[in-house]
Design a protein around this ligand. Structure first.
Ligand SMILES: [Mg+2]
Length: 389
């Protein structure tokens, strides 16, 4: 089999709001076509115009080659060595950041292709499939531009997630800092108040995670607030500190009354090595697309296992990425949950419309995939409507 064409689609929901802290309003979609008539589909969580340029920009020298040119004519079957060629050939443009995030969509599409060619689900080809189901956690979004609205919206959607059968939820609690919702600027006490309200709403038995989205710059300030959060029984506290300050992560991880989670933005296993060994996190959150694809994400899972860490992948995207994440989770016994944006609870048009995925929730769990490849069907009408480049 040979690759005959690579299509990059920049999708944008017409109702997108640039002030909204959600990267699921756009999508970068890669389609890889072959001479055998099969097409692989991949996606990544990265500015889609930049990602398209990362794949299509002409090459001018040996360390700055064109990804699309390298792919056309290649055998898509040996995914690891093809990815390595792309990684080396773009070394002066990439190695980290947007180029690796874009390569993640390519690599995901190669896995979809391989599964379709073998007529088997991707998880069967990735490794030993675990016997127990994968458990998605509902990732909840806030609303409103006043404290009370923010708190009440999170409690209402937590209640809704519980009624939909979810066993776990994650609440954003970000009313300050660089990721603050709607430019809110509330005190840290009010952050504690929201966590308390959400825990009270769902009761003691449901798993609760909290994402404060880089709220603090240092461990001492973070600790002054979260030291008293033990009573909320959090499964983890996500990205409490700006990602460059790994020494502060280590200090916080040592003293905090809950595990610290991070990694959603990282590219390659090498960035995770730093996060784990210098930042001393307890939960690693690779995003399959951003980290560079399924092989790179699995390398991160292996590193986590060696260090006795839990995996809870990041995924704030459409059914393409969610499916890839679920396939990875099925071969990762130490993956406790996967992030899941419930279509019933989210605003994002692309999440709701772009893909018909195989994964459905039964009693709050996802059953083992059975369809070939990633097991997804694109809604071509939505692709056409939302394609802007
Ligand atoms: Mg997050």
């Amino acid at each position: 089999m040979k690759i005959t064409d690579v299509e990059c689609h920049v999708l944008l929901a017409p109702n997108y709001n640039p002030a909204f802290t959600s990267s699921a309003q756009d999508s970068f979609l890669v389609l890889i076509h072959t001479d055998e008539g099969l097409t692989g589909i991949g996606e990544s969580d990265v500015n889609p115009w930049i990602a398209k340029a990362c794949i299509e920009a002409p090459g001018t020298h040996t360390m700055g080659m064109c990804v699309k040119d390298m792919l056309i004519g290649a055998d898509p079957g040996d995914i690891a060595s093809l990815w390595r060629r792309l990684y080396l050939g773009t070394a002066m443009n990439g190695r980290r950041g947007a180029v690796v995030h874009a390569l993640g969509a390519v690599e995901m599409a190669l896995w979809d292709l391989r599964g379709k060619a073998a007529d088997r689900p991707v998880c069967d080809l990735l490794g030993v499939v675990r016997p127990d189901p994968v458990i998605p956690y509902a990732s909840l979004q806030p609303a409103g531009d006043r404290f009370e609205e923010y708190r009440d919206a999170l409690c209402a959607s937590a209640e809704r997630a519980k009624s939909l059968g979810f066993r776990a939820i994650k609440s954003e609690v970000t009313m300050n800092g660089p990721y603050a919702h709607n430019n809110l600027h509330e005190s840290y006490d009010r952050h504690t108040e929201v966590v308390a309200a959400v825990r009270e709403t769902i009761g003691p038995d449901m798993t609760l995670m909290v994402d404060v989205q880089y709220l603090w710059q240092d461990a001492a300030t973070a600790l002054s607030v979260v030291r008293d959060w033990a009573e909320f029984d959090l499964f983890f506290l996500e990205t409490p500190i700006w990602p460059d300050y790994l020494a502060e992560y280590a200090k916080l991880a040592e003293a905090a009354p809950m595990p610290i989670a991070a990694g959603e933005w990282l590219a390659t296993r090498y960035e995770f090595e730093d996060l784990m060994d210098r930042g001393h996190i307890g939960v690693a959150q690779p995003d399959v697309g951003r980290v560079g694809g399924l092989n790179e994400a699995r390398a991160v899972c292996d590193m986590a296992l060696e260090r006795n860490l839990t995996i809870v992948p990041h995924c704030w995207k459409t059914g393409v990425s969610i499916s890839a994440t679920a396939h990875m989770a099925f071969v990762t016994p130490h993956c406790a949950f996967i992030e899941y944006l419930p279509p019933e609870l989210c605003e994002e048009t692309l999440r709701r419309e772009l893909v018909a995925e195989e994964l459905s929730l039964i009693d709050g769990t996802i059953a083992r995939p059975t369809k070939p490849g990633l097991g997804i069907e694109l809604n071509w009408d939505a692709v056409k409507r939302y394609k802007v480049a």
